[in-house]
Each structure stands twice: as C-alpha cells, then as structure tokens.
Design a protein around this ligand. Sequence first.
Ligand SMILES: [Zn+2]
Length: 544
Amino acid sequence: MPVRKRIVFYLLVFLLSTAFLPVAAAPAEPSALVKIASPAPAVSRLGGVVVQELHSCLLVCAPLPVLPRLRAAGVDFAVLAYPREGVHFFLLRSPLVLPLLSQGADIECRLLEDRIWLLWTADPGFRRYLAQPFRLKALALSGPLAPAAGEIPPAPAPEYEEYRSRPRAARALAKLTAQVSQERLRSDILTLQNFKTRYASTAQCEAAGDFILQRFRQIGLDAESDPFSFESYYQSKNIVAVIPGEIAPERMVLACAHYDSTSNNPLVSAPGADDNASGTAAILELARILAKEKFDFSIGLLCVSAEEWGLYGSAHYARQARRDGAEIIAVVNLDMIAYPGDRQRVLDVIGNRKSEWLADRFIAAAQPLVGLRLAKVIDPSLTWSDHSSFWDQGYAALCGIEDSDNPYYHRSSDTLATLDLPFAVEAVQASLAAVADLARPLNTPAAPTGLQARSQISMSLFSSLKTVYLNWQANREQGIGYHVYRADQSHGPALRLTAQPLAQTSFKDSFLSPAQEYFYVLTAVDEQGRESSYSQEVRDDENN
Ligand SMILES: [Zn+2]
C-alpha cells in the first residue's frame, strides 16, 4: 500500500474505532428522495444529486428548497421518501410481484421500474422479511457522495487508435488464454465452497479472504487486505493485489469479483459455487497467468466482500479510489460465470452508457479467442453487482455474467457439481484476453536494426512500376521472425505486408506506383508470438 493510502487507511481505522458511525447517515439538510423520468439534464444544476441512474428514470436526492425549483423548471418528479438518520435505502431486484414475506415488517418499498424496487427501513434485520431470490444495492444518500451522473469526468479511456496502430500481439493473447486451467478453477471453487459459508460477517468469510490473500502472495504478488465496516455492526475485508505496469503504472485495469456468498440459510450453508466462487477462482487464475507477464499499465486484482449485503466492499473500494484520484482505466467484474443453462453458451457483457466502449473492446479482444458467444447488454438498471459501485464513481466498468437463470442461485444447493467448467474456462479466457489487451502486453523482443531500402523503376510501353528491396540485420535472439510494414507517408498508418513472420532478413515489395513515395518499418516476433515495437523507418529509395 502506498504511504498516502496507508495513512488514509489508518485514519479510517482510528475514526471507526473511536466513534460509532451509523452508516446510513441522512443528508445534511432536510431532503427528499424523488424519482424523475430520464433524461433530466437540469437536475444537478438545480441542486439535486443523482443517487442512481436507472433504465427509465433517475433517483435524485434533493434538499427541500430544490423541489419548487424543479417544479418551476418543468421537471416532472414524484417524491418517494424523506430520508432521515438511521434509515437505510436499498435498490432491490426481485422477480416477485411483492418481495416481502410478511405484512408486519417495518419496511417500505416502491416499485421503480420492472423488477426494481426502492426499499427503505430502520430495521437492521430486515433481510429476514425478504423472499429469496433478491439482489441488494445499498444506496449512499450522504457522506462521500458519488459524483452526479452527467457531472462525472469522462473515464480515462486509453488512446485506443494509437494502440491499434501499433503492432498487435493477438497471438500473444492466445498464448495467455491457452494457459487457463480447468483443474485449477475446479480446485479453487471447491476450496471456496468448502468454507461452508462465506456470508459476510461470519468467521468463515474472513477465512476465505485470508485464503485469497495467501494465494496472491504465493503467486508472488504484492497483496493487501482492505478492511471496511458496514451496516454499523459488521466488518469484512477486500483483498487486492497489483501487477505493476512497466510504462505507466499509475493507470490501472482492474479485474474484480466478490468472494462472499449467501443463501436461504446463510449463517450455516452458503457454498456459493457459481455465485461467486466461479468469479473469485477466475481472478486467482488471472493472477497466476498475468503475474508472469509485463504490461504497459498496472493490473489490479480485487476480491471484494459484502456484495450480497448490498455491494459494500466494492462501494468502499471505489469511493476510496475516486478520493485518491486513482486512474482506473477499466473495471472487469466477474459474477457467476459457470452456469450457462440448457444449451446456452452465452456470456453477457453488461455496461452502462459510459462503459459501452469498454464492452465493445472486451468483445473485440476476446471473441476471436473463445467459442462461447459474448453478448453486449447496455442497461444502467443492471446494478446488482460490483461493477455498479464503479459506475457510481464515474469509472468505466462492466460485468461478465452467464446468460441464464441458475435455479440454485442463493441456495445451499449452489455447488460445484452443478457447474459447467468448460464454460467457465472460456469465460475466464475471455476475461483474461480482455484485461491483458486493455493493459497492453509489453512487446518483449528487441526491434530489428540495420533496415535498408533500394528502389527500382521498370518501364514498359504502357506502364511503369516500382519495386522496393529491403534487407536488415538478423536479431541476436533465437527463433525470431520478422514482419514488414509499409506506409504512404512518413510515420503514417502502416499496413502489414507479411501474413506470416519471415525467417529470412530480406523482402521484395513489387508492383508499386512510381509516383508515390513509400516508407517501411519492421518488427521482430518471438516464438510466443510477441511482437517488438517498430524498427527505424526507411524511405523506399533511402539506399539507392
Ligand atoms: Zn454474485
């Protein structure tokens, strides 16, 4: 942990240990939680804070004096609740018509849109009144507020075109994905399942966190435990490891998964094999394979806890990252990647509107390497996993998740025996390729040297044609091949001329226009398919 982070962390621990902090602090001034049909661009300017963007509406927290201003501006809104101290607000996704088991519960809920409820309560034990299956996201109405949607600075997307014009190392990605081991995934899922339950707040969940920390350290990674408290009474920890980047280590691609679990009997039995030992095992597999490689940017590997309670671990991490100004380029969250359902072999890649570029890039990097189908889904209402905590902080994030309804979801029967491991292998391969591509694998062989070019123009009665002869020095490394690239202008976009790497150190480029000047560069390719950066450029007649 960097010193600054460490200080912040100890300060937080100090504050938490000296003062009893109710987590569900109400907004500082009397406010209303209102629902506004989206889009509503004026909300932030008029003093409202967007708490949650959904598919069809916005949830906005507005100090009471803001309400008349909204009305005057013609914004159509409905007041849902008046937040006060000690009342917790959640988004709840439930397929049921009413998500409550009994009428007596001190819980209020309102349907916001299809299957998405707003739920609020002062009862910390409210979960016992909810019918499984449900998915919760705790909403932050005060404290370190998320930047309002529309005011979020754009995610620091990598200079994609610049990268694409560099020689790609697609075969290097294939070499990485070939290392994904079904046996390791199986054994890690089994180990996690054997904790019996990983329900956050239990000792077994903490032990599972210790296991992950130990695994990261065995792999040789710098790993830390990141403790946090939630819902006033409980503690758990995220586990985070970093593979430092070689060129710009301050920029990070983050792969994450929650390791906690739940069920209809969570204190006793919650094996959570699909949800989400599968995603956790994927992160461990990414760590094992990627730790041996070098990348331009850092790769963060994050296993979070208390997701099932309301995304508390990821919210803690994402909020802290934003506060520290962390440059997280992209977040790839994996949650349930081993139950494809009957004959369906589809992995959904879920993003919000600001993360659509990331979903596209994930699919572009991964789809050529895997047999399962990657399906892009852009919907801000899909908030029930940890990617949504990163959306709240303005980061680009996506969730890789099986496109099926797992009948064992949130049950004691969610075990390894029900999983489809070959499907999980492909989901891990896809994620591995995308994360590696985003972090830019460093090109290991040295660029070729001594490139020379001569040109010759041959004339006939009807036409004249240019031929260019290239030669260069052989690289010292073993097993090196060469690719030749041509551009129409100096340092312009270069077209690769060689389908396969050349074994020899010369190349002839024929049937060219005598009226045009051409420029050439070379790359070296090693046996792993990793490509060097460009050699020095030559003009076609440089050595005439
Ligand atoms: Zn999950």
